[in-house]
Design a protein around this ligand. Structure first.
Ligand code: CUA
Length: 159
């Protein structure tokens, strides 16, 4: 089979691009702990207020010092806000939305998840630096999207 030189050139370019893109995915997965969502858990967004867990969003510290943070996102805020979490211990975030799709990105960390109504997003992160972190909604959710922020406060000792 003979392939025109010009066509062969673009086949190599296309192959190279695919290799670069796949390589970028694998590299960020390995080096920056980027991972696809894997936690599939459903919830009825219309009855969140009565839910045992999401009816009372907040932070629970376990005996070993790790924490679970239950967060409800809604137009245009996160509850609770601010979120106080312990330093140097695994913090598991459990998120859901009461209305539309929101984002939950803790700026300056690799904590970043979509918050989808009907689903619980979950991830665990350990903060190595005390202080305040901004939470940004990074999914366009409406006219107040750009104002939808929250705060995570990482503290050495929680009360
Ligand atoms: Cu919530 Cu954008």
């Amino acid at each position: 089979m003979s392939v025109d030189a010009y066509e062969r050139f673009w086949m190599w370019i296309a192959g190279l691009l695919i290799t670069v893109f796949l390589g970028a995915i694998l590299l960020t997965t390995g080096l920056q702990a980027v991972h696809p969502p894997s936690h599939i858990e459903t919830i009825d967004p219309t009855t969140l207020a009565d839910d045992r867990e999401f009816g009372k969003p907040g932070v629970t510290v376990r005996e070993d010092g790790s924490a679970v943070v239950v967060v409800v996102a809604q137009l245009f805020s996160f509850s609770p806000d601010p979120i106080e979490v312990p330093l140097g211990k695994p913090v598991t975030f459990r998120l859901t939305s009461a209305d539309v799709i929101h984002g939950f990105e803790i700026v300056g960390t690799n904590a970043n998840a979509m918050v989808v109504p009907g689903y619980v997003s979950q991830f665990t992160v350990t903060f190595e630096r005390a202080g305040e972190y901004v939470i940004a909604c990074n999914e366009f959710c409406g006219v107040g999207h750009h104002m939808m922020t929250g705060k995570v406060v990482v503290k050495k000792a929680l009360p």
